[in-house]
Design a protein around this ligand. Structure first.
Ligand SMILES: O=P(O)(O)O[C@H]1O[C@H](CO)[C@@H](O)[C@H]1O
Length: 306
């Protein structure tokens, strides 16, 4: 396999192999832990951590709730590698750096990739805490010049035109729902939906949230899609799970300040609606509170992959 120009794959693989026992050097499944979801590492046995700053080509994650290490070990006896901390374009990382760890994991031999993320709920039917298995995505940045696969072909053997109609593996999603059943989860705890990828780092304005809902997205977040594209280019089977950490505020009407002032001038009482704003702290809190369900599902799927 030829490598992406200027990305030091051989040095990265060598640095990893120097730090990980041979029995764990060829993981079958790769996992990416989303904001606040690093607890997934607790279900890895025979754990060996490799710091990103020891792997050539890796950046550092600068986002609270993301560490900067690769976790090697086993889950239900299956060798795995998990990214404790991902890179987002809004941190200033170029897209080829954002997806580099996915390509490194592919070169280590993974065949399946499980991505997790924290996301805002656009579909009003999704309660905070719901886990959404992505069956599709809507990526305005991809459609307007921020596609992670722009640029020279990754290698002469890679495909240029990657289909996305089959990006999210039905087989892995089937295992997920079998897992939800075996774990006795409430039927509404896990569902399927479409993820809107936005660049961030601002959360959505009400009009943006309304727009994304109108065009068919169920959840919204600032990650995952670039990783899905690279993984598909590398020939990996992909499952992506969003934990709904907050409801995106999409008011039907705006505060009518003109009417409020008129009422105030007329001496009438004015009822002020409570301000609703999302924060990353809230996102991390829900991640911590609900992360265990995500961990158990990931564990089930990893063990059940044929
Ligand atoms: O997608 P992950 O990395 O889980 O993080 C999500 O949480 C952060 C915002 O709170 C954004 O980075 C968003 O993408």
């Amino acid at each position: 396999m030829h490598d992406v120009p200027q990305l030091p794959f051989d040095a990265a693989i060598a640095a990893i192999k120097a730090q990980v026992p041979e029995r764990l050097q060829s993981p079958r499944v790769g996992i990416v832990c989303g904001s606040g979801l690093g607890g997934i590492v607790n279900s890895i046995q025979d754990l060996h951590l490799v710091q990103y700053n020891t792997i050539p080509g890796f950046a550092e994650s600068t986002v609270p709730g993301h560490k900067s290490s690769l976790a090697f070990g086993t889950m239900g006896g299956v060798p795995v590698v998990a990214m404790l901390g991902r890179f987002h374009p809004y941190e200033g990382h170029p897209l080829r750096v954002v997806v580099y760890p996915i390509r490194v994991m592919a070169r280590l031999g993974i065949a399946n990739l499980i991505l997790t993320n924290a996301a805002g709920g656009l579909n009003p039917k999704l309660a905070v805490g719901t886990i959404v298995a992505l069956h599709d995505h809507l990526a305005l940045p991809n459609m307007t010049g921020m596609n992670a696969l722009l640029g020279p072909l990754t290698s002469p053997t890679h495909q240029r035109f990657i289909p996305l109609s089959d990006a999210y593996s039905p087989g892995l999603r089937r295992l997920l729902f079998l897992g939800a059943h075996h774990l006795g989860l409430d039927p509404d705890a896990v569902t399927e939906g479409t993820y809107a990828w936005v660049s961030g780092p601002t959360y959505e304005s009400p009009a943006e949230g309304r727009f994304l809902r109108l065009v068919g997205a169920d959840v919204v977040g600032m990650s995952t899609v670039p990783e899905v594209l690279a993984a598909r280019e590398e020939g990996l089977d992909v499952m992506a799970l969003s934990l709904v950490t907050n409801a995106v505020v999409i008011p039907e009407t705006y505060r009518d300040i003109r009417a409020e002032v008129a009422a105030e001038l007329a001496g009438k009482p004015v009822d002020l609606p409570p301000a609703q704003v999302v924060s990353h702290e809230e996102v991390l809190e829900i991640g911590k509170a609900k992360g265990e369900v995500m961990m158990k599902l990931v564990e089930y799927v990893v063990s059940a992959i044929p």
